[in-house]
Design a protein around this ligand. Structure first.
Ligand code: 4UU
Length: 537
């Protein structure tokens, strides 16, 4: 079977603590350099502050009894100091887990319980949800800390645990050195993803996983000057896209990253104009907005030189439309997955191939496997993308079965995406084999919504799939529902949409609507036949 390799040479990947990697400063930025700037308030975190405060928080964490292997949960919107609590934990050899700030208390409680988090850092606005979530899992409220510098309702900012400013370096918590196997085996981050099937699962990424993905991304950026110019971060920092690109890649390279706490088109456009943003890492609906929305013409976007699209498919028409409107821009697409610590494929800015996810990043092997026959697909033929390399996750937390179903005994990870490769080694995603739905780049796991629907007293059976919303360049979740016959009790599409909306984070709403049917197509073993379901659309 053909095994594909990147045309870019393999890289040497350091086996160290990802904290030491990020702080190593290969581009010699000064301590006074602003690495994160809040787009709305102008608040800055300099490289020097980042190094000092991560060490101070680590010292504070130690005083709370937090140690190597313990888990810290971050439950917040984007913040200029989002990564400080995260790296304070990582430097100790602890773990960070990032939680979607849109979560309800139930969703948060599942995440806390499954990851085993013992401390939460949250945004004051999210405090009520954090408290409810913590109570549900019996996490003491004294273990909740806040972003910002104010005490709210008796809850302290994380900085309240810092030792005094003038504490000598030697008294601050030392960085846990991780060498060789320690770096390749020690878990640094747990991000949640439903993978190819079922509920959201904790993806365990090691220090080495994270570093490898950054080295591989950088190998695809030769010749591009990323120093001194501004990046705008509108992708969420809780998601692997934001963590890898804007936190780890950003700090390691010494980039200046302007941070938008929450995305809105106006704030986004204003920030580009005001901070003369050169690099934008986006998802397809944001690119559509740049191409189509009349409001765009009111802003000066001439500073933008590079746009990357990732996390969901970007069509040929969409990227061609972008370059037609903004001829000075260079564009590339990247294809990523949480279980791959970031990306496996990436285009080159100077060589755009519309509709393609680009080349393989180095150090990996890829196979394209026919899902029916298990045979390898050749050039121009479709196959499921299997990846093996240093970026493949360690496994799913507390889930040996799920890990084995996803990574085989030879280390190949099944992505659940179908691709073809052309003779020039450009890959194209053409279909998705797995259940996953992506709403504007956010994950929606059909199995989770199905379980919720089955809890409804008037629902006999349910299955969730997606439809395309071309106007917004995204998929949207849609449910097929079989009603439970009950005298005198009506059940409407809106009832079901409202019911789901009241239980889950906003991106999981049934925006595609509800269709009532007689029976859900199932296999003899009771598995939903998702392909048949799609034929009913
Ligand atoms: C078609 O989307 C991501 C990760 C994105 C990422 C990470 C680090 C981008 C840049 C970066 O630096 O991960 P998940 O786990 O949320 O979703 C994974 C799934 C894929 O399996 C695929 O189905 O999202 C879909 N996907 C894409 N589909 C991701 N990128 C693409 C793409 N085209 N370009």
């Amino acid at each position: 079977m053909t095994i594909y390799k990147s045309p870019i040479p393999d890289q040497v990947i350091p086996q160290i603590n990802v904290y030491s990697f990020v702080a190593s400063n290969p581009n010699n930025i000064k301590d006074s350099y602003p690495i994160f700037i809040d787009a709305l308030t102008g608040r800055v975190v300099t490289f020097g502050e980042w190094k000092r405060d991560t060490r101070r928080w680590a010292t504070g964490l130690q005083s709370l009894g937090f140690k190597r292997g313990d888990v810290l949960a971050l439950f917040s919107f984007n913040q200029v100091d989002y990564s400080i609590p995260m790296f304070g934990s990582l430097l100790l050899g602890g773990i960070a887990t990032t939680v979607n700030p849109g979560y309800t208390a139930n969703e948060l409680a599942y995440h806390l319980e499954d990851s085993g988090a013992s401390i939460i850092v949250t945004h004051p606005e999210l405090l009520p949800v954090a408290i409810e979530g913590a109570k549900k899992v019996g996490l003491p409220l004294s273990k909740i800390f806040l972003y910002g510098n104010k005490e709210v309702d008796g809850f302290k900012p994380y900085s309240a645990t810092f030792p005094p400013e003038n504490t000598v370096e030697d008294l601050l918590a030392p960085v846990a050195e991780l060498k060789g196997k320690d770096a390749t085996e020690t878990i640094a981050l747990i991000c949640y993803s439903s993978g190819t099937t079922g509920k959201s699962k904790g993806v365990e990424l090691t220090h080495f996983n994270l570093i490898s993905n950054i080295m591989l991304i950088i190998a695809m950026e030769r010749g591009i000057d990323i120093q001194g110019v501004a990046f705008l971060d509108v992708v969420p920092m809780y998601h692997i896209y934001g963590i890898q690109f804007h936190i780890i890649h950003g700090i390691y390279n010494g980039s200046k990253t302007v941070v938008l706490q929450k995305y809105s088109p106006v704030d986004f456009l204003k920030a580009i104009q005001e901070y003369k943003i050169a690099f934008l890492n986006l998802v397809p609906p944001q690119i559509l907005m740049l191409v189509k929305a009349p409001i765009v013409d009111q802003y000066d976007l001439s500073s933008v030189r590079f746009v990357m699209s990732a996390a969901a498919p970007c069509s040929r028409e969409l990227s061609m439309g972008l370059l037609k409107k903004f001829p000075r821009i260079q564009f590339r697409q990247a294809y990523g997955m949480t279980e791959l610590s970031g990306v496996s494929h990436m285009g080159l800015y100077h060589k755009v191939i519309h509709g393609s996810i680009g080349y393989m990043v180095p150090n990996q092997e890829v196979r394209l496997v026919d899902p029916e026959t298990g045979k390898g697909a050749g050039v121009g033929e479709c196959g499921e993308v299997w990846v093996r390399g240093p970026n493949v996750m360690k496994g799913y937390r507390n889930n040996v079965k799920g890990t084995k179903e996803t990574i085989d005994s030879e280390g190949w990870l099944r992505t659940g995406d179908i691709a073809i490769v052309d003779k020039d080694e450009n890959f194209y995603i053409v279909d998705r084999l797995k259940e996953l739905i992506k709403y504007k780049g956010f994950q929606v796991a059909p199995a989770e919504l199905e379980a919720l629907l089955l809890d409804h007293p008037l629902v006999l059976d349910a299955a969730v799939t997606s439809v395309e919303d071309k106007e917004q360049a995204t998929e949207v979740p849609l449910a097929f529902v079989v009603k439970a016959p009950r005298e005198g009790q009506a059940l409407t599409e809106k009832d079901i949409q409202d019911y789901v909306a009241s239980k889950v984070a906003g991106h999981k709403k049934l925006r595609g609507g509800v269709r009532f049917i007689e029976a859900i197509p199932k296999s003899v073993s009771g598995k939903i036949l998702r392909r048949e379901l799609r034929l009913l659309l």
